[in-house]
Design a protein around this ligand. Structure first.
Ligand code: UT7
Length: 330
């Protein structure tokens, strides 16, 4: 039988600085009432000058390693899911590898926007199938606010910064383990223009001194993204359950991407999972892109929302488009 991958430890890190809806009322023409009723978001954490993604990946990694009761030196592979590495070269994974003092380990970035954590989990599963002795650090986070146009009220109120981390190993039958039972991944690049950050890629050539234009920031057709997000997360979740002969009655807890409370509730409703079994923290952090699902997972586990013996369904959707679901047995 194929060896199972297990999650040994979880942690997350968000910047200390908090932006409230009232703070945003002073920046753009918006209101706490609009943001709350349309998104459910009340606050978001944002980096301060001098802080960068590696402060978040490093902080989250140390917490996940402590939770796994493993020293950093035990890690053999480092995966970082992000669309906002602090540099094009070196990668976010290499920067983290250096900060952890883990010279010589494989270190690789994964780009799948808000779906990055689930893409990274599946990559880790593949690595564990090849190298059962591996101990894999998966970090998934973004400094979304570095790519937010603070003059665009349609996007700037939605996002926050953060990072979640997980340590994965092959199943050793030990007592403290969460089995990563399966992951389903999907994408559709034909819809890429509905949610994009084009600037900074090689498709946009800058000369020294060129001004930064709108293409440098997150551009989104919100209403259309909303519909695709609900449809895709519902569909991929159903497909994954069907693959295992399961239904949503076999799911104890739904941990969806935290982009918008209305999207979260619509996915729960379409899947027939009542609100009390759906984890929500979007009010505190906003949409943290790749960090959203692992922060939700860490908070759900450490806060007791999901209990040993239960099954969780994770699902995410993001730019690309990318979308995915995963099944975890606790
Ligand atoms: O991470 C994965 C990808 N991201 C998402 O999943 C986000 C998906 N989309 C959404 O969450 C929602 O579409 C939004 C929250 C972005 C927008 O909500 P909406 O209900 O779809 O509003 P809308 O874009 O259709 O805009 C409605 C109105 C517009 O005014 P008019 O044209 O009706 O006069 C907007 O100009 O709300 C206006 N508006 C705002 N008003 C106050 C847009 N942003 C704001 C704002 N404050 N911040």
């Amino acid at each position: 039988m194929k060896q199972q991958a297990v999650i040994k430890g979880l942690g997350f890190h968000v910047p200390e600085r908090i932006l409230t809806n009232q703070d945003l009322e002073r920046l753009v023409e918006t209101s706490d009432e609009w943001i709350t009723t349309r998104t459910g978001i009340k606050t978001r954490h944002v980096i301060s000058p001098g802080e960068s993604l590696s402060d978040l990946t490093h902080g989250a990694s140390l917490k996940a390693l402590a939770d796994a009761e493993l020293p950093p030196e035990a890690i053999t592979h480092i995966l970082v899911a992000t669309f906002s590495p602090e540099s094009v070269i070196p990668s976010a994974a290499c920067v983290l590898q250096d900060r952890l003092g883990l010279r010589g380990r494989m270190a690789q970035d994964i780009s799948a926007a808000c779906t990055g954590f689930l893409y990274a989990l599946e990559t880790a599963r593949g690595l564990l199938a090849l190298h059962p002795e591996a101990k894999i650090l998966v970090c998934s986070g973004d400094v979304v606010t570095s790519r937010v146009n603070w003059e665009d009220r349609g996007t700037c109120v939605l996002f926050g910064d953060g990072c979640g981390a997980a340590v994965l190993t092959a199943d050793d039958g030990g007592p403290r383990r969460t089995v990563l039972r399966d992951v389903a991944l999907a994408s559709d690049g034909a819809l890429g223009d509905l949610l994009s950050v084009r600037g900074g890629g090689s498709g946009t050539i800058y000369k020294l001194g060129d001004p930064v234009g709108e293409e440098y920031f997150v551009q989104m057709k919100g209403r259309e993204v909303f519909k695709h997000a609900v449809r895709s997360m519902t569909e991929v979740s159903r497909n994954l359950l069907e693959r295992h002969g399961l239904t949503t009655d076999d799911v104890d807890v739904l941990l969806p991407h935290q982009a918008n409370l209305r999207i979260i509730e619509a996915v729960g409703k379409k899947l027939g999972i009542p609100n009390e079994r759906v984890f929500v923290n979007v009010h505190k952090y906003g949409n943290t892109s790749a960090a959203s699902v692992p922060i939700a997972l860490a908070e759900a586990v450490h806060g007791g929302f999901v209990q040993p013996g239960q099954r969780a369904l994770l699902t995410a959707f993001g730019g690309g488009f990318t979308w995915a679901a995963a099944l975890l047995d606790f």
